[in-house]
Design a binder for this molecule. Structure first.
Ligand code: GYE
Length: 321
């Protein structure tokens, strides 16, 4: 028999491991990278039958997708939770059905009924952004910071962590956060929020913090249209998160001053966990991604701050050239 016939046999005889993945949606470049990474890791060649559901940023759809996976009796359920609460009931249903759940990327606050989580420490991303801004403003001799924040989707752990981390530094430094509104992690959302900011806070702001790159792309369009300049040595210091490919190109051109990476390629880590579970090993409850911080100018080489685990850390800044 050929290899193809062999893999058909495997599929027919149910040798493939079935995995249901309830993905957040398709709101950003980060999300596209995440989806591609999970689909590649759980490919048929790798021995998987992946049921992929794009939940279009709707929590009810996501819970329904998980219930359907239970109905279909998949071997494993992978969830990237749109919001961090509202999970305990459906995760109890997974547990009762004997289906292990792996959470990736965003976190769940109100339940620990999952075997493992793989993702980023969003609070540290926010703390790093705040610390970088503090040191950068000092290095540039800018003493008066008036900040506008465009937040990610409300109730997502990414939004909560980045907001809280940044605010911690802002509060300690006595900065003015003029406004902080939801841009839903989309380019359109970022543009709309920034258009309204440009009207309401005309001439009053010198820092814009976007909680992901796509929001930053929208915010740049809105600022351009309003005649506000941004980036290196311009009217507005522009900070972003994710550091996706297009985001880093804007760091390179000096349009984004600093971009705090969130590592999206979590599929392989997730598949590793499935393999460990298959072999009966005990798996780590948490796996954190390593994330560099990218900057446009060679002014500061590192930042030092107290992270969410209470440790003082010094982290290098990567200049994008
Ligand atoms: O930053 C944003 C995406 O959950 C970390 O979701 C993820 C965030 C990411 O839409 O671009």
């Amino acid at each position: 028999t050929t290899e193809d016939a062999g893999s058909d046999d495997a599929a027919a005889s149910g040798d493939l491991i079935t995995v249901g993945f309830a993905q957040v949606g398709h709101e950003s470049d980060w999300r596209t990278a995440s989806t591609n990474s999970v689909q590649a890791a759980f490919s048929e060649e790798n021995g998987y039958d992946l049921q992929f559901v794009d939940c279009d940023n709707d929590s009810a759809t996501q819970i329904e997708a998980v219930r359907q996976f239970i109905q279909d009796d998949v071997d494993y359920i992978v969830i990237d939770p749109i919001v961090s609460t509202g999970w305990d009931t459906v995760l109890t249903e997974c547990e009762d059905a004997g289906i292990p759940v792996i959470v990736i990327d965003r976190t769940i606050d109100d339940s620990d009924k999952y075997v493992s989580w793989v993702g980023s420490e969003f609070m540290n991303e926010g703390l790093a952004a705040g610390t970088w801004l503090k040191d950068y403003a000092e290095a540039k001799g800018i003493s008066d910071l008036n900040i506008l924040v465009i937040e990610g989707s409300n109730g997502s752990s990414a939004q909560i962590g980045r907001t809280d981390g940044f605010k911690k530094i802002a509060d300690a430094e006595g900065w003015t956060i003029l406004d902080s509104q939801d841009g839903d992690f989309t380019q359109d959302g970022g543009q709309q929020v920034m258009e309204s900011y440009c009207k309401s806070y005309e001439g009053k702001f010198n820092v814009v913090v976007c909680q992901n790159d796509n929001e930053a792309f929208g915010a740049m369009d809105a600022m351009k249209a309003a005649g506000v300049s941004y980036g290196v040595d311009k009217d507005v210091i522009l900070i972003s998160f994710d550091a996706c490919k297009a985001g880093l190109e804007y760091v390179e051109s000096g349009d984004i001053n600093a971009d705090f990476m969130c590592y999206p390629l979590q599929g392989e880590y997730c598949a590793d966990i499935v393999q460990q579970l298959e072999s009966g090993a005990t798996v780590a409850k948490q796996t954190f991604m390593t994330e560099p911080w990218y900057v446009a100018e060679d002014i500061l080489s590192s930042i030092t701050y107290t992270n969410n685990a209470g440790e003082e850390v010094t982290e290098d800044l990567v200049v994008v050239t």
